[in-house]
Design a protein around this ligand. Structure first.
Ligand SMILES: *Cc1c(COP(=O)(O)O)cnc(C)c1O
Length: 389
C-alpha cells in the first residue's frame, strides 16, 4: 500500500478497477461476486447505466453552486425522502456521520428550546454512528474512542434492546431530550432487536416528550425489504438519518425530521458547503426512482429470506455456528471462532464478503442480487464455514 496514505485501514490484498451489477474485477482481471457493496452503498449494483447517465449529464450541466441559492434537485430529493419516511423536512449532508451530527444538533437545540441547560441524549451499547468526535462519543466501543479523549459530553449510555433501562434513565435524567439508535445494529454484527422493542420505545418517548432518532444509514433504503428498517416495527421516529445507499456511491447523507425537530433550525444554525449539491441530489433522486419502479425492496426481502433460510438449512447443526440472523439483505453468520480464514478463502475463490468483530460474517450484497448469484454466495460461504477448522 502507498506510503503516502495515512495508516487508517486494514485493507484486503486486492484492488478493483471496474464493476458491473453484483460483480467486480481486480487489477489482475479476476472476477468477484460482491457481497459487501462497498459497505452497503452500491445497492443498485456497479455501473448501473441509468445512474451513470444521470451523473455524466449532471457533470456536464451544473455540479455546484453552494446553498447561497435554491437547488431544485435538493428540493426534489427532500420531497421524495419525506414521502417514503413520512417525515416533514430534510437536511442534505455529504456522509452518514454528518447526517447523525445534524440529528444530534437538532436534539440539543430542541432541548435548549425547552429550557434544558445540558440536554442529554441516550445512546446504545454496540452502536456505530460514524467517526467524527460527536459520533465516536455516541458509542461504547473503546477501540474507536481510545486516544481521542476527551469524548463529547452529554450522552447516557444504555444497553441495546432494553426498554427497562431506558425507562430508568428517563426517571433519573429530567434533561433527557432524545434517544439515538440503529433499528438493526450494523457494524456490531447485524443485531436485530426483539419484536416489540421499538413499539415500547415509541410509547416511552411519547409519554415523556423524548425525540426518537433512528439511524437508518445502513439498514435504510430498502436493505431490509422496506424503505426504512423501523417500518417493520410499525413506528414513526421523530428524526431519521440516511446515507450509504442513498446515491449508489456518490457521497451523500440526509437527516429527516418531523414536528418540533423539523422546524428547530433557523438560518445560521447549520450548513454545509457541499451538502445538497445538484450532482448528489439528482443521483439520489434517480436511485429512489429506480428503487420504486423495480420494487427493489421486494427483491431484497425475497432473496434475503431465501439466503437466510438456506444458511440455516446448511449450517444450523454446525457447532461452530453461534447464530444466523438478519433481515432482507443485511445478514450475519456468527461463528465461535475467527471468520477471517473464511473471508480470505472466499476472496481467493472470487467472492467478496465482510467480517466484523473477527467472528461475524456480514453480508451486504447489492439489492439487485438475483437467484443465481445468491446460490453462488450461499454455496461458497456455507461450504467454507463447514470446512473451517
Ligand atoms: C456507516 C454508518 C455511519 C457512518 O457513515 P459514514 O458515511 O461513514 O460517515 C453511521 N451510522 C451507521 C448505522 C452506519 O452504518
Amino acid at each position: 500500500m502507498s506510503k503516502y496514505l495515512m495508516n487508517t485501514y486494514a485493507r484486503l490484498p486486492v484492488a478493483f478497477t471496474h464493476g458491473e451489477g453484483a460483480w467486480l474485477w481486480d487489477t489482475e482481471g479476476r472476477k468477484y461476486l460482491d457481497a459487501v457493496s462497498g459497505l452497503g452503498v452500491t445497492s443498485l449494483g456497479h455501473s448501473q447505466p441509468e445512474v451513470a447517465a444521470v451523473i455524466a449529464d449532471q457533470a456536464a450541466t451544473l455540479l455546484h453552486t453552494a446553498n447561497l441559492a435554491g437547488i431544485p434537485w435538493q428540493e426534489k430529493l427532500a420531497e421524495k425522502l419525506c414521502k417514503h419516511s413520512r417525515m416533514d423536512k430534510a437536511f442534505i449532508a455529504n456522509t452518514g456521520a454528518e447526517a447523525v451530527e445534524c440529528a444530534l444538533k437538532i436534539a440539543r437545540l430542541c432541548g435548549h428550546q425547552r429550557g434544558f441547560e445540558k440536554p442529554l441524549i441516550a445512546v446504545t451499547n454496540g452502536a456505530f454512528h460514524g467517526r467524527t468526535l460527536a459520533t465516536i462519543s455516541a458509542t461504547d466501543n473503546i477501540k474507536i474512542q481510545q486516544g481521542f479523549e476527551p469524548m463529547v459530553a452529554g450522552y447516557i449510555h444504555l444497553p441495546y434492546a432494553d426498554s427497562d433501562a431506558f425507562e430508568k434513565a428517563i426517571e433519573e435524567n429530567p434533561e433527557l431530550v432524545a434517544i439515538l439508535l440503529e433499528p438493526i445494529q450494523g457494524e456490531t454484527g447485524v443485531v436485530v432487536p426483539p419484536a416489540g422493542y421499538f413499539k415500547n420505545l415509541r410509547k416511552l418517548c411519547d409519554q415523556h416528550n423524548i425525540l426518537l432518532i433512528c439511524d437508518e444509514i445502513q439498514a435504510g433504503m430498502n436493505r431490509t425489504g422496506k424503505w426504512f428498517a423501523h417500518q417493520h416495527d410499525d413506528i414513526l421516529p421523530d428524526i431519521i438519518t440516511v446515507a450509504k445507499a442513498l446515491a449508489n456511491g456518490i457521497p451523500i447523507g440526509a437527516c429527516l425530521a418531523r414536528g418540533e425537530a423539523a422546524t428547530a433550525f433557523v438560518p445560521g444554525n447549520h450548513g454545509s458547503t457541499f451538502g445538497g449539491n445538484p450532482l448528489s441530489c439528482r443521483t439520489a433522486c434517480t436511485v429512489i426512482d429506480i428503487m420504486e419502479r423495480d420494487n427493489i425492496g421486494d427483491n431484497a426481502a425475497d432473496i434475503g429470506n431465501w439466503l437466510q433460510q438456506g444458511f440455516k438449512e446448511k449450517l444450523a447443526t454446525d457447532p461452530k455456528v453461534v447464530d444466523i440472523r438478519g433481515r432482507g439483505l443485511m445478514l450475519a453468520i456468527e461463528l465461535d471462532r475467527s471468520a477471517i480464514p473464511v473471508r480470505d478463502t472466499a476472496l481467493a475463490e472470487g467472492v467478496l464478503i465482510n467480517v466484523t468483530h473477527e467472528k461475524i460474517i456480514r453480508l451486504l450484497p447489492p439489492l439487485i442480487l438475483n437467484r443465481q448469484e445468491a446460490e453462488k454466495l450461499l454455496e461458497t460461504v456455507s461450504r467454507l464455514v463447514s470446512d473451517l477448522e
